[in-house]
Design a protein around this ligand. Structure first.
Ligand code: PLP
Length: 404
């Protein structure tokens, strides 16, 4: 067999997708450490360190804070399945594929879900949420902080205010935003917050950090029926991640090593510095794209998600061909659109370890080449020049994390 199927040798891609992002070599090294048992006292002590780091990154003291053994979507599942019982009413703000996913998952519980919608590229109006919720006995309002499918960000404070008025819990999906843009679970009074390992945290995919406050713990204890999902029942999972460290399921040991190192990198850099780095790199990217004559999908600059930039594919350009050329000729992966914007936009992720100056400049140069090859009217070099100029205005160090 070894003659037929060779050793695994993946290409060394630059991932400028909306996840997974590139992984710092320190994280890879941590993941190569030997497996120990999940009940080993060394391991159960180390779990506490991961939880401490996670609380720092979420900015919370919540007791229930740990990584769920699942991708970001598992985070959505846990976040809605734990507070909601069958027939409970909730509102989900839907303005893209991931917020839509939250509504679908809640419907399957089954909860009574009211979707308050906005088109792709727009924020959901908090006043619409208020109007839709008036007179209802709502358990929660679900919000996607950074909607990756359209590159849009929503202000948590606005929805917190509305959820307060409606007497509802606020559930926030920060899969695409945690560790990339400002977030403070405690100060913003987010009741349930979850993320994913492979986006701005820059660990490999497969874990969903979650945190829930005491209000939610009380709701969970008052449940009349068991949580519909055995696997995602936070109360029993906390028997393992809590003081007792009782067996629940075998967690992905190596991923937890990787998560620990990735979180250490976040804390070492400092959240504010990290947010600033992400903001500056996107600013340079946007300056470059606009100088090249490209248009951003999200019109209002204040609504643009810093970690994912959506760009309209210009008329006359074969978007899929550009993506393919970026991969084949430059080893760069970007993403296309989902659902109603499929074939209409490119999505460029600058998350975690991927958010670096060298990557922005390389990407802009590569994109120029791909566009010129399709006879797009463009003066070669304008994108890189605009990005360079943008960097000259800033003081951030050029290289982050460890070198390869
Ligand atoms: C990526 C993403 C998800 C889904 O995460 P998976 O790891 O693919 O399951 C959910 N919500 C948002 C906002 C995302 O960006």
């Amino acid at each position: 067999m070894s003659d037929i199927i060779g050793e695994l040798l993946p290409p060394d891609r630059l991932m400028l997708t909306p996840g997974p992002s590139c992984v710092d070599p320190r994280v890879y090294r941590a993941m190569a450490a030997p497996i120990v048992g999940h009940m080993d006292p060394w391991f159960t002590a180390m779990m506490g360190e991961v939880q401490m780091l996670m609380r720092q990154v979420f900015r919370t003291q919540n007791r229930i804070t740990f990584p769920i053994s699942a991708s970001g979507s598992g985070g959505i599942e846990a976040a809605v399945a734990n507070p909601l019982e069958s027939g409970d009413e909730c509102i989900v703000c839907v303005n893209g594929a991931f917020s839509e996913r939250m509504a679908i998952i809640a419907e399957r519980l089954p909860a009574k879900v009211t979707r308050v919608e906005a088109p792709y590229g727009r924020t959901v109006d908090p006043q619409d949420v208020l109007r839709a919720g008036k007179g209802k006995k709502l358990k929660l309002v679900g919000l996607t902080h950074g909607e990756t499918s359209s590159g849009i960000v929503q202000r948590v404070e606005d929805y917190r205010k509305v959820a307060d008025e409606l007497g509802a819990l606020l559930v926030v999906d920060t899969v695409a935003s945690l560790a990339g843009i400002p977030l403070d679970v405690e100060r913003q009074r987010i009741d349930i917050c979850f993320s994913g390992s492979q986006k701005a945290i820059s660990a490999p995919p497969g874990m969903a950090p979650i945190t829930v406050n005491e209000k939610v713990e009380a709701v969970m204890h008052a449940r009349k029926e068991p949580v519909r999902s055995w696997y995602f029942d936070l109360t029993t999972a906390m028997n393992y991640w809590g003081k007792e460290r009782l067996y629940h399921h075998t967690p992905p040991i190596s991923l937890i090593y990787g998560m620990r190192e990735a979180l250490r990198l976040v804390v070492e850099e400092g959240l504010e510095a990290r947010w600033e780095r992400h903001a500056q790199n996107q600013q340079a990217l946007v300056a470059g794209l606009e100088a090249m004559g490209l248009e951003l999908f999200v019109k209002n600059p204040a609504d643009r998600l810093v970690t994912v930039t959506a760009v309209n594919i210009p008329t006359g350009i074969d978007g899929a061909k550009v993506s393919r050329q970026l991969l084949d000729e430059f080893n760069i992966e970007i993403a296309g659109g989902l659902g109603p914007v499929k074939g209409k936009i490119w999505r460029i992720g600058l998350m975690g370890y991927s958010s670096q100056r060298a990557n922005v400049l390389l990407f802009l140069a590569a994109l120029e080449k791909c566009l010129l090859d399709q006879d797009f009217r463009l003066a070669g070099g304008v994108g890189v020049a605009a990005a360079t100029h943008s960097y000259q205005q800033s003081t951030q160090p050029a290289v982050v994390g460890s070198r390869r």
